[in-house]
Design a protein around this ligand. Structure first.
Ligand code: GBE
Length: 539
């Protein structure tokens, strides 16, 4: 009898210790207070899911005038005082032009499968065109790619992450000129020829929305042009055609021998209706999605611009007294040529906003913001990152992924960026970033295995702190810390990099793997052993 009770007691102890070790690590901001929506899901991603980390050329490379590189629009823009916080620039940045071997090491240590980086157009074609080939630039990317392949890390290569050769602006106004379509095609072909034997994933353009809207309407990004709902649409038109051209060149001339995939990366917030019982708010949400994401995704995945954009911009243009819509039209042939030119849906996502209908808009002067006619604002008390625009809204990415699945016919989605910024302080213990990654990745998991969205990859932005565009070095997005005051630009692992590596190793989330629960389990085993021995004396 005594023996039995000891055994029962021991079993009980084991059970209790296991149960308490399974307490979920709850990382959703408590403010949301919607346990049903925000409950943590302990499960794994499907086998073969790709884990990735990303950077871009101008943000990390430095070497801005090294070994024959041409000047690009971010060199020009950042060298002009007043454009970037503290007049920072990417002249040295993380010095990855010299320290790329260390970058590969960081990736290896985390055991990610892929590295997403971009090619600096002006580094390999200094004046933007084929005649100007720069061998040293080509060597740089060959070395990086070879090292990645040797380390078993697949390269995901972005052709254009915002650093346009300055020469193309000087000769035809860059993305404003139609000539860009052929020049981008030639540049893409050059990259497939040089690197396509080893690169099997290509991304044509990173975030055409930002290129057009911040570069040619708000003027806050290079080339710093301001507009009134005009240039932004012309630039977008050329961006979409350039993307399609690069896809067709790959498809016609390289796919059969190189066997890779090529697509585009679009950025979008999720726009949550302020009140789901109000039809006007639901409409505002849908309209905002079409104006931000549909602007590019509709022509590329479905054909032509979204109806709501065509109608509203035509109406507001007529109201202004213009003969033609400010939104250019695609010809029937162009619509066909552009449709179905992305082998996957590359998605960059960071944040969500609430929306309602903007009823009292004075349409003059015109702008993209007036064309959509939507108010966007954060929810009360939503936790914010260092970046003014970045609120942590984990459930937003799930809603967005489901929207993409339904709108675009269930494409395979690669999340090509997601991440969180902190202030410029030297702190490796970045709990806020850890919470952001855990909760956002958990929502991607729900979208994948509960909602059956075909998500195939997830990418952390960024592998390391880097030049954050107009914010310079005042905002840090890295899962590795870079000391920009040290000439050596040393990198160190933040806690978020370790957490990301654990998620990668588990291909998702395991229950109860905290140090405390492991200790509790060890203690329980020890006590059971003691009880087991005591049992002899009891008998
Ligand atoms: C991505 O952009 C980029 O691909 C990456 O290069 C960048 O480092 C990362 O995200 C973090 O920003 O009032 O609209 O003019 C908005 C995401 C500033 C898009 C916010 C900069 C969104 C680009 C200021 N934006 N961001 S405003």
């Amino acid at each position: 009898m005594a023996k039995l009770s000891v055994i029962v007691l021991a079993l009980l102890f084991v059970v209790v210790s296991r149960v308490s070790s399974e307490e979920p690590y709850f990382v959703y901001p408590e403010i949301y207070n919607d346990p049903e929506r925000d409950a943590f899901l302990f499960d794994k991603f499907p086998d073969g899911f790709k884990w990735c980390a990303a950077t871009s050329s101008y943000q990390i490379e430095g070497g801005w005038n090294a070994d024959g590189k041409g000047v690009n629009i971010w060199d020009t823009f950042s060298h002009e005082p007043g454009n970037v916080q503290n007049d920072d620039n990417g002249d040295v940045a993380c010095d990855s032009y010299n320290k790329w071997k260390e970058d590969v090491k960081l990736l290896e240590d985390m055991k990610v499968m892929n590295y997403r980086f971009s090619i600096s157009w002006a580094r390999i074609l200094p004046d933007g065109t084929r005649g100007s080939e720069n061998e040293a630039g080509v060597d740089y990317y060959n070395n990086l790619i070879n090292d990645l392949v040797a380390a078993g890390i697949e390269p995901y290569v972005t052709l254009y992450h915002w650093d346009l050769p300055q020469a193309l602006v000087d000769s035809y106004d860059g993305w404003m000129g139609e000539e860009i379509v052929d020049d981008f095609g030639d540049y893409a072909r050059f990259c497939y020829e040089k690197f396509g034997d080893r690169v099997k994933y290509w991304i044509t353009l990173n975030e055409p929305y930002i290129i057009a809207q911040l570069g040619y309407e708000y003027g806050s990004h290079a080339p710093g042009v301001s507009g009134n709902g005009d240039k932004t649409y012309i630039v977008s038109h050329n961006l979409i055609k350039s993307h399609a051209k690069a896809w067709h060149i790959y498809n016609d001339e390289f796919r059969s021998t190189q066997n890779g995939l090529i697509g585009i990366t679009l950025n979008s917030d999720w726009f949550e209706p302020e009140n789901r019982d109000e039809q006007a708010d639901l409409d505002a949400s849908e309209r905002m999605m079409q104006f931000m994401l549909g602007w590019y995704a509709h022509p590329i995945f479905l054909g032509d611009y979204p109806e709501v954009m065509k109608n509203r911009i035509a109406n507001l243009s007529a109201h202004q007294g213009l003969n033609e819509s400010r939104l250019p039209e695609f010809t029937a042939e162009e619509i066909e040529y552009i449709k179905d030119t992305s082998d996957f849906f590359g998605l960059n996502h960071y944040t969500s906003l609430l929306v309602n209908d903007n009823v009292d808009h004075e349409p003059d002067p015109p702008s993209w913001d007036k064309d959509h006619g939507v108010n966007r604002f954060p929810g009360e008390n939503w936790p914010r990152a260092e970046s003014e625009w970045l609120y942590s809204v984990p459930w937003g990415i799930r809603r967005l992924l489901v929207w993409i699945k339904e709108e675009y016919g269930d494409p395979s989605v690669y999340v090509t960026e997601n991440g969180f910024s902190t202030a410029d302080i030297d702190d490796l213990n970045d709990q806020g970033r850890i919470d952001y990654y855990r909760s956002y990745i958990n929502e991607v998991l729900k979208a994948t295995i509960v909602d059956n969205v075909n998500v195939q990859a997830y990418t952390a932005w960024s592998l390391m702190d880097n030049f954050e565009w107009a914010e310079g070095y005042t905002e840090r997005f890295g899962i590795h810390y870079v000391d920009f005051n040290d000439d050596e630009r040393p990198r160190s692992q933040k806690e978020s990099a370790k957490e990301y590596a654990r998620i990668v190793a588990n291909n998702g989330f395991e229950k109860g793997v905290s140090a405390a629960s492991t200790q509790r389990f060890g203690l329980a085993v020890f006590i059971c052993c003691v009880l087991f021995h005591l049992r002899r004396f009891v008998n």
